[in-house]
Design a binder for this molecule. Structure first.
Ligand code: ADP
Length: 596
């Protein structure tokens, strides 16, 4: 409050200095013009009034000069009042000298007082002093002047109007102060909101960063303009608060303290206070009994502001900001900021916890899928093996019907085995266990093998063709490239009941491009992003026409990304689809081509 008043007074002095200079210049110009008019119209008066005009001009110029002197600024209101009073008295003298009627003098005095109350942002006290002085001047001059009015009623009117100017000055000053205070509050609020937004952004940007807390403490130090800031977080296992982050420029940061300084919930009486009050300040570290003196000495705490990090009704941490040497209370703005930071921190700590939980759940799921797939592989291999033996007649010759049944068992077990293997591949990919083995690869050979492997899946009405430069040998991971192409071609064959599937490869500017084109059922535009996710299919219903589990495209895209490339899709429902894979890789050297 006192601070606000002081800022207002400072602003008032600045404005007053500007206005006083402006009015003084205006006065000099008016007096100059008046002198010229007198010279032309009343040359007989010139000798009498010139000294008065001269003094008025000198006082005005002195006022302009004084407004610029920094040292006089503290007394600017009083100086302005003295200047105004002198000018009014000189105006009185002028009117007496030229023998003006009393009404003219009264009119001039009231006019000058009214003008001053509006134009000069001084106080009602200054206005009162000047008004009283002006009335005194009028009273002294009155006996020397003539009037056609009743002097008493003229006097009463002039006094009433002078009092009115004092009241008006009081009101204008009060409204000016209220507007100033409101603007100050609004500016403060806007600054607080902007600062807290920065905290929110920092928390969001550093959510997965171990330095998130320290970053917020750094910002808090800056925003609260204090010396240091620290974060204690609750450790469930040890049941203590642990110092997790500390920001202290000026060499105060004691990094060894991180993770080491701890206290149990009941150790600090301060925590009880925080639970009920949500913010608490220690104004003088040396004279308090809420925090252990060792802790105060260890960190050199002169004064500190504590806020709890609350998760619903549970205290999951404590934020503390403070000074190394300054004692005394914290401002309202510091309280607001500290509370806002604690709230933002509570949300971020909760988000980070949820994020960790989700990550843990996801890796648990991946582990489960990997183990299950692995365990399923052995019995499936056994089923496939025995089915083969049965088909070969190892135990005894089978009838036609039995052979057909065993063939079905073998086909289904084979499909299941492929699915299990694919799931395992995805698991490895998700876990990032996919080393890249770059060797020279003849691209046409890869296309031939793939076409051969998928031929059995193709409908009789479907033409499967491929093309690639015969001498195109690139250095890349053969198995990964083959899996990518095979998944795309297998899909094209699967989703094209009749028509054409064409796969082509070309190399340009260090980029291998494989394009798989089909005239199949196509993919709706709104599905073209989702189909690359795990287990996503355009038609996921149980009555779907096409087999598959929705992993092929996911694997193709992940493997392409592992090789540093990308997959693009263009498709129109009922017309067909084109998948284009681009993988950066060099062409093999001539001697390497021979090895491919
Ligand atoms: P799956 O083929 O096992 O279902 P994919 O991940 O390979 O799984 O493909 C996901 C889905 O994308 C498919 O179910 C299908 O709906 C759609 N799709 C993929 N390739 C094509 C294609 N060439 N033509 C039409 N639809 C396709």
């Amino acid at each position: 409050m006192r601070e606000r008043r002081a800022t207002f007074e400072l602003e008032r002095v600045g404005l007053l200095a500007r206005r006083m200079s402006l009015l003084a210049v205006f006065f000099v110009v008016s007096v100059g013009l008046s002198a010229i008019v007198h010279r032309v119209l009343y040359p007989e008066r010139v000798a009498a009034i010139l000294p008065i005009f001269g003094v008025q001009i000198l006082i005005s110029l002195a006022a302009v000069a004084m407004a610029r002197v920094e040292r006089l600024r503290a007394r600017l209101v009083a100086t302005t009042a003295v200047v105004a009073l002198l000018l009014i008295w000189l105006a009185d003298l002028y009117l007496v000298r030229v023998g003006s009627p009393l009404e003219e003098l009264a009119f001039t005095v009231v006019g000058l007082l009214a003008g001053a109350s509006v134009a000069l942002p001084w106080t009602w006290c200054a206005q009162l002093v000047v008004a009283a002085g002006a009335l005194l001047g009028l009273a002294v001059s009155a006996p020397l002047l003539t009037t056609t009015m009743n002097p008493i009623s003229l006097g009463v009117s002039v006094v009433a109007l002078a009092v009115l100017t004092v009241v008006a000055t009081f009101d204008v000053d009060r409204y000016r102060y209220q507007a100033f205070a409101q603007a100050l509050v609004q500016r403060g609020e806007a600054e607080i909101a902007a600062a807290l937004m920065r905290v929110g952004e920092t928390l969001h940007a550093h959510l997965r960063d171990p330095r998130m807390l320290e970053e917020v403490n750094r910002l808090a130090t800056e925003m609260l303009a204090c010396d240091w800031s620290g974060t204690y977080l609750w450790d469930h296992e040890e049941a203590v608060f642990v110092l997790r982050a500390l920001w202290a420029p000026f060499g105060r940061a004691d990094r060894h303290a991180l993770g080491e300084v701890t206290f149990a919930a009941d150790d600090l009486p301060l925590l009880q206070r925080l639970r009920s009050e949500r913010i608490f300040e220690i104004q003088d570290g040396a004279h308090q009994d809420l925090v252990a003196p060792e802790l105060i000495r260890y960190f050199g705490i002169a004064s500190a502001l504590y806020t709890p990090i609350m998760q619903e009704e549970r205290m999951s941490g404590v934020l503390v900001h403070g000074y190394g040497e300054r004692t005394g209370p914290f401002s309202r703005r510091q309280h607001r900021l500290a509370l806002g930071i604690a709230q933002a921190m509570a949300v971020a700590v909760e988000n980070a916890r949820l994020f960790q939980e989700v990550q843990a759940a996801s890796s648990l799921k991946s582990e489960f899928v990997a183990t299950m797939s692995h365990e399923l592989r052995t019995p499936l291999n056994i089923i496939c093996g025995y089915a083969d033996l049965l088909q070969e007649g190892t135990f005894s010759a089978l009838t036609e019907q039995q052979l057909d049944t065993v063939a079905r068992i073998s086909r289904s077990a084979g499909l299941l085995l492929e699915l299990v293997n694919t799931t395992l591949d995805v698991g490895r990919l998700e876990a990032g266990h996919t080393p890249i083995d770059r060797t020279p690869v003849r691209v046409e050979g890869v296309l031939e093998v793939v076409a051969e492997e998928v031929r059995a899946l193709a409908a009789p009405e479907l033409a499967v063709t491929w093309s690639a430069p015969a001498d195109l040998v690139v250095v890349t991971d053969r198995d990964k490239l083959k899996t990518i192409v095979k998944n795309l071609v297998a899909n094209a064959v699967k989703f094209t009941p009749a028509g054409r599937v064409h796969a082509e490869a070309l190399w340009d500017d260090e980029l291998l491009t494989v394009r798989v084109e089909d005239t199949g059922i196509g993919i709706p535009e709104d599905e073209q992003v989702a189909i690359f996710e795990m287990f996503r299919q355009v038609d996921g219903s149980s009555t779907r026409r096409f087999a598959g589990v929705g992993l092929g495209l996911h694997i193709a895209r992940r493997l392409t990304e592992v090789l540093g490339g990308q997959v693009r899709i263009e498709s129109t429902v009922g017309v067909g689809s084109t998948f284009t894979v681009s993988i950066p890789c060099p062409r093999a050297m001539p001697e390497e081509r021979l090895r491919a």
